[in-house]
Write a protein that binds this ligand. Structure first.
Ligand code: HEM
Length: 241
């Protein structure tokens, strides 16, 4: 006899994502995707240390497969939306089950890195909007150069990026470099607590495993934020371009 399909599976999955553990899993999974992006983006930015040709060649190579690029952008946007949604749903859930007046106690009882997520999250969101207007669309950039399609007798028709020029001229004003540095500090707080929380969600509560998880969170944060901060720091001290 053929097995009957499990018709309860879909509602069960939906029910799981309404529980606290389901929402924490959504935050953890989307947090891992976003962390992988910042690590990759930081490594890509470091091509600037190799000079103009190296960074522009890297930017051109990212555009060689448009479906892959748009696929990655869609996954990133989806992850960001789900990450914020799960956070808001979790917050509402935690407050709904409490008697009136309990909220103040919860806030003061939570750790400061956890409370810092309240301002680092919106600050990072505002930074990403500014950053896209600055480095991707050029709307708030003083001398933005669009990518061009050029035809060359040797290379044929290909894209020519001006990412290095946009980076160097975009960070030349000290105020702008400082905005980037402040945003990287906020990213540091957010990333450190976020990575640590992923391990907590996965049940790393035993002291030895918890301290290994904390060490990993610290190293990962230093690597990503230190690598990112290098570029505006070099710009600030006149060492870029
Ligand atoms: C010092 C720090 C950073 C620098 C110097 C920097 C630099 C850049 C540059 C030059 C581009 C344009 C790349 C191109 O056109 O090929 C870019 C794009 C982008 N950056 Fe950053 N970035 C920094 C930090 C961040 C952070 C922390 C995030 C996210 C949290 C971020 C998110 C993005 C996104 C989403 C794009 C658009 C990518 C696309 O074309 O789809 N960046 N960045």
């Amino acid at each position: 006899m053929r097995a009957m399909p499990d018709l309860t599976a879909a509602p069960r999955a939906r029910r799981l994502f309404r529980t606290s553990i389901g929402l924490k899993l959504v935050m953890a999974a989307t947090g891992v995707v976003l962390s992988a992006f910042v690590l990759g983006h930081m490594l890509g930015n470091l091509t600037a240390l190799g000079g103009e040709a190296a960074m522009n060649a890297y930017a051109e190579s990212l555009r060689k497969l448009p479906p892959a690029l748009w696929g990655i952008r869609a996954v990133l946007l989806g992850s960001l939306v789900l990450h914020v949604w799960a956070f808001v749903a979790l917050y509402r859930k935690n407050n709904a089950g409490r008697p009136a007046g309990y909220r103040v106690t919860t806030f003061s009882a939570s750790s400061w890195p956890s409370r810092a997520m309240w301002w680092t999250g919106p600050l990072l969101f505002a930074f990403v909007v500014y950053h896209l207007l600055h480095m991707t669309w050029g709307t708030v950039h003083p001398d933005f150069r669009e990518m061009e399609v050029v035809t060359d007798p040797v290379l044929g028709t290909h894209l020519r990026a001006h990412t290095y020029h946009n980076l160097v001229t975009g960070l030349r004003a000290p105020g702008v470099a400082v905005v980037y540095l402040v945003a990287m500090a906020a990213l540091g707080f957010h990333l450190h607590h976020g990575v640590w929380s992923v391990f907590q969600t996965l049940g790393f509560s035993q002291p030895r495993r918890a301290s290994a998880a904390r060490r990993f969170a610290t190293l990962f944060t230093l690597l990503v934020c230190g690598g990112f901060a290098l570029i505006p720091l070099l710009a600030l001290f006149g060492r870029l371009g």
